[in-house]
Design a protein around this ligand. Structure first.
Ligand code: PLP
Length: 189
């Protein structure tokens, strides 16, 4: 998770062996992209919400988009993606408290569209529970995401951040999205 950090941070982490990097904003990564595009084997994941007017550009600069949260966005990407692009459906399991993600009821239709698209590879589901310092409060959300993924035959689970990644891993995460615990507090600018 290198959002708000400069390209130099990606280079440093790459030198230490990290290969998967998460970014939240298409515009921010667009600026850094020229400086990091040459890092062999590095993969850049979009983990922030994607507005449909930026989906085309996102499909070009990211290797994975973990935040497909509507049928509309799924259809758009299915049309636009030209290369192999990994995608995940972001699911909203926290009711009112969670701002982003598709409702669980909408998941089957989104999954179907993504599976049909020949340039997209649906790898799994992503979620972000209401933030808390108590990782145990995240656990039920992680468990529900795993059950939902199993129902759809999906192996990938992106769940767990600095505050709750241990619970995420215990519940079967295949991707944890860790920012602060690796890089320290994010720069303000
Ligand atoms: C910022 C962010 C993270 C990382 O948060 P930390 O608490 O710094 O580990 C993970 N996932 C998403 C979607 C984020 O926006």
């Amino acid at each position: 998770m290198t959002k708000k950090f400069p390209a130099a941070t990606i280079h440093e982490a790459y030198a230490l062996g990290l290969r998967d990097f998460g970014e939240n904003y298409v515009q921010e990564f667009e600026r850094k992209h020229p400086e990091v595009a040459g890092l062999a084997g590095a993969r850049y994941h979009l983990i922030g919400s994607l507005q449909s007017n930026k989906s085309n550009r996102a499909a070009e600069i990211f290797s994975a988009i973990e935040t497909i949260d509507s049928l509309k966005l799924a259809r758009r990407l299915a049309e636009q993606a030209t290369g192999p692009l990994d995608v995940m459906v972001e699911v909203k399991l926290g009711g009112e408290e969670t701002k982003t993600g598709a409702l669980p009821e909408a998941v089957p239709e989104i999954v179907a569209v993504l599976r049909e698209a020949k340039n997209l590879r649906l790898t799994g589901l992503m979620t972000m529970p209401p933030w808390s310092t108590d990782a145990e409060l995240s656990r039920p959300y992680f468990r529900r995401l795993r059950e939902l993924a199993e129902r759809h035959g999906l192996a990938g689970l992106s769940m767990g951040m600095s505050n709750d990644f241990e619970a995420g891993i215990e519940e079967g995460a295949t991707i944890v999205r860790i920012g602060t615990a690796l890089f320290g507090p994010r720069p303000k600018a």
